[in-house]
Design a protein around this ligand. Structure first.
Ligand code: SAH
Length: 397
């Protein structure tokens, strides 16, 4: 038997069903568990707490698979977890049988499979493995996905540097069927997107902003829109379809902007109503300020500015700067849709930063809506770390 016992008092988070066990919580290892091995977890008093995967290189030394019973973590367990997710996604409007849609089928800890991200893009799946327990079981997952979804191909996109913290090397390869090297087409709320599964950000695309993009489409009618950090222009496509007067799209990536331009044509939208600029958003916003440019609607959807606790202050400064600059550029009555995908910054702190930005910009502002994660990116209530995406819709006087 392979097992872990915890220090006295360190069972509390497990009892609350938090999925992580930090290295400092562990008292003893029994049976010499190796990286990725499933272990039984016991409190100091000897009570069984659950089954977990052991990860000797990580500060998160073990991640729970379940909190109920002693069981083998293998084919049967993974099959049941995938069936559960396939069914709950279907009930939420995301059907694996649809050949054109794209959604997150497994959201790691929040779907009971720590360190496992499974995204569906049309008839293909993009899978990212981020923890030792999933690493040793990954072939089982690939086989089960192929069998249950009848997909055309699976790409393993385990190319994030977070893997190094788990002592895992980066990997990007086809693990089932064929996966085209050219972008594939998917449909999102009636809008077509080209997804580069091999080189696109994350597992190919930002599925998590689907609902927010839709909302922007609803409020963009006759507006002059500035879409900052536009990537492949998702918010801009929705704004144009919603009747925007003009959309300015800005991103630092030339490759993303090329796709953004092509998608305007592909979706039969008017190219004369869109401008694409390759620029650093911080500089671009300052130039707009110097030129006294004004907009009705500004979107700020930056990358993660806060990667670790060390970069909290610097990252917070970055959010404050772009929000301050953007708020100054809004016409009276204008709106700002602003996001943070830094998990280390919660909604309270984000709201405070935006409030400080409004104060410094000397704008009277109201929060009129809040954004979070869509239903295919659920957050387990026991795992607040799962809530990384947050956004605000601000209106200025
Ligand atoms: N809004 C997009 C996702 C944005 S992801 C969507 O709905 O799909 C963040 C984007 O910011 C990436 O495309 C990245 O290339 C870009 N980026 C990162 N730093 C930047 C900077 N300083 N200036 C401009 N773009 C930047």
């Amino acid at each position: 038997m392979k097992a872990i016992t915890l220090h006295a008092g360190r069972e509390k988070s497990a009892i609350r069903r938090h999925p992580w066990i930090f290295s400092g919580a562990i008292d003893k290892l029994l049976g010499e568990p190796q990286s990725g091995d499933s272990v039984e977890v016991y409190s100091y008093a000897g009570d069984f707490l659950g089954m977990a995967a052991y990860s000797p290189s990580s500060q998160i030394r073990a991640r729970f698979w379940n909190f109920e019973k002693k069981m083998a973590i293998g084919q049967e367990f993974f099959s049941a977890m995938l069936d559960k997710a396939i069914e709950n996604r279907r009930a939420r409007g995301f059907d694996i049988k649809n050949q054109n849609n794209a959604f997150r089928l497994i959201n790691a800890e929040n779907d009971g499979l720590p360190g496992c991200i499974i995204d569906k893009y049309g008839p293909y799946y993009s899978i990212e493995i981020l923890a030792a327990g999933m690493e040793v079981n990954r072939h089982l997952i690939f086989e089960l996905i192929a069998e249950k979804t009848l997909c055309k191909g699976i790409l393993e996109r385990s190319d994030s540097e977070i893997r190094l913290k788990e002592g895992l090397e980066c990997r990007k390869e086809v693990v089932y069927g064929d996966v085209p090297t050219e972008p594939i087409s998917i449909e999102e709320n009636g809008i077509l997107f080209d997804i580069d599964l091999w080189n696109g950000h994350k597992t190919g695309y930002y599925l998590d902003q689907r609902d927010a993009r839709k909302r922007v489409g609803e409020i963009a009618h006759e507006k002059t829109v500035l879409n900052c950090f536009c990537y492949t222009g998702g918010f801009g496509l929705y704004a144009l379809r919603g009747g925007a007067e003009h959309v300015h799209q800005v991103d630092v990536s030339q490759d993303a902007l090329k796709i953004a331009r092509d998608l305007i044509i592909k979706n039969d939208l008017q190219t004369s109503k869109v401008t694409h600029t390759q620029a650093d958003v911080f500089n671009y916003l300052r130039q707009c300020r110097d030129k006294r440019a004004e907009f009705d609607l500004i979107i700020l959807d930056p990358p993660k500015f806060i990667e670790s606790k060390d970069s909290l202050t610097k990252g917070a400064r970055g959010y404050k700067d772009i929000n301050l600059l953007a708020l100054k550029l809004l016409k009276p009555g204008g709106r700002l849709v602003t996001f943070s995908c830094s998990g280390l910054m919660d909604m309270n702190l984000f709201q405070k930063i935006v409030a400080d930005a409004a104060q410094d910009a000397k704008r009277q502002a109201q929060i009129i809506e809040r954004f979070g994660q869509p239903a295919d990116h659920p957050v387990c209530t026991a795992f607040p770390e799962g809530q990384y995406l947050k956004g605000l819709l601000i209106e200025v006087e």
